[in-house]
Design a protein around this ligand. Structure first.
Ligand SMILES: O=P(O)(O)OC[C@H]1O[C@@H](O)[C@H](O)[C@@H](O)[C@@H]1O
Length: 166
């Protein structure tokens, strides 16, 4: 046995059983990760004029989130495989909501309420939350967004709220 292996011997009445436990060293990052870092990049799309954040994690996964609607439109796993559906008909033209991805339907779903279909949160410009209530200390690959209610929205939906996501 190597330095990390320990054999436990014991008599359980039906002969001696032997169990090998291999104590693995702490999980190290694979060599291909060397030199790679997580990043959060703000991008203004030429085609649409919309601002989005592109988040890339050192292991290979990535995500894209738009300030418009606070909408996550892409999430790729470590192998670069897309995990979210985004319609080919997604127009990226406000005030139409982006069709697909992870959409925030707030403060209502469908037409069950007093504001536009699926609420206004998906049709508003969110902003970066510089002082989030729960700062993420576990990862440097994140972005906090916040939607603050406008005076205009207060007229049609007179309830105070703060909506944040990351
Ligand atoms: O086209 P929107 O406003 O993004 O809504 C998406 C879909 O939302 C569903 O709730 C409606 O039943 C559909 O008719 C609609 O197409």
């Amino acid at each position: 046995p190597g330095p990390n292996r320990h054999f436990l011997l014991g008599d359980h009445g039906r002969g001696v059983r032997r169990r090998a436990i291999q104590r693995l060293p702490p999980r190290a990052d694979p060599p291909w990760m060397a030199g790679r870092a997580s990043s959060v990049e703000r991008v203004k799309e030429r085609a649409t004029g919309l601002d989005k954040f592109v988040l890339r994690e050192a292991r290979g996964s990535s995500a894209e989130v738009y300030l418009y609607g606070g909408q996550v439109t892409s999430w790729k796993n470590n192998s670069g495989e897309q995990q979210l559906f985004l319609s080919k008909k997604a127009s990226f033209k406000p005030p139409k909501a982006i069709r697909g991805g992870i959409q925030i339907c707030f403060p209502q779903l469908g037409n069950h309420g007093v504001v536009e279909q699926h609420g206004f949160a998906r049709n508003r410009l969110w902003s970066v939350d510089e002082s989030p209530p729960l700062p993420d200390t576990t990862s440097d690959c994140h972005i906090d967004l916040i939607l603050k209610q406008s005076e205009e929205d207060m007229k049609t939906w007179p309830h105070r709220f703060v909506s944040s996501k990351y």
